[in-house]
Design a protein around this ligand. Sequence first.
Ligand code: C2E
Ligand code: MG
Ligand code: MG
Ligand code: MG
Length: 296
Amino acid sequence: TAVAAARAGGSARATRWTDALGAAAARRDRLREDLPGAAGRGELWLAFQPIVSMDEQRVVGVEALLRWRHPELGDVPPREFVPIAERAGVIGELQRWVLREATATAAGLPDSDGVPLRLGVNTSASHVAARTLVDDVAAALASSGLAPERLVLEVTEATLLDDGDFVAIDVQALRLMGVHVALDDFGTGTSSLLHLTRLPIDVLKLDRAFVSRVDRDAQSRALCEAVVTVGRALGVDVVAEGVETPAQLGVLRGLGLGFAQGFLLARPLPPADLLRVLREGAGSLWPGLVGLSHDV
Ligand code: C2E
Ligand code: MG
Ligand code: MG
Ligand code: MG
């Protein structure tokens, strides 16, 4: 009967659901088991995405982005395995590997038009909460010889607000060492412009959610404009994340945004490809960058 068929169909769907949930859980378990040894087995590597100054039209820095090539599962995205590492308590180990590898690579990069490149490294709330960040950063700087001023630690607002004054103390200790701090993904979460004035930051990274709509929607544009104004008032650099189209770049430039990062300019690159970009100059990233006019 129709009812029986529907019931059978329903239970088949339910079975597919259960299977899918089971498969997802099995994958998480597998990743959690394999993560601890991944660095030692050579499965982790860092991609570097250029950050460009719109005024100077040159590459001023790179952001290190963690990659895991699992021998059987293939490339696993950081948004999938970083939370697993946090819950499994192995994020400290992972972040120490990232800090050492990223600073060592950056120390070996050529200057960009005579200026040393800055290196952005992402942090994790649970690593910061574990209170080893200051020591781990100091160790990476010492072993690589990278000047502290070249390191930009990217933190999210949730990390900075994560209860307890110790976060502020550790971040302040890092800034006293000369390390810079960037607020990542700004505009997502609970951030307010007023609150910004109290955060110990040097750079503001405007989230892709705003950047992606800036050429189409007046509200996103107004928000970007406000952030530019606040950035000026606070004396912090503002970076637009996730710039994908010439139209977006043009509008952002017109609003006075100082720096851009995104697939339009370059994808996250293996070090060899990054070196080629640095040799060829920012004009090779996107020809439209050079001669980009302030008025659009
Ligand atoms: P994030 O720090 O906000 O990094 C920017 C992400 O946006 C990167 O994704 C980058 O590939 C992507 N992206 C850049 N330009 C564009 C664009 O034009 N369009 C689009 N659609 N995406 C763009 P990725 O590499 O997958 O990293 C995702 C997130 O994983 C990062 O977001 C960061 O929160 C986290 N992550 C990456 N590496 C590390 C790490 O070493 N440690 C920690 N704790 N987290 C990391
Ligand atoms: Mg980041
Ligand atoms: Mg970001
Ligand atoms: Mg983001």
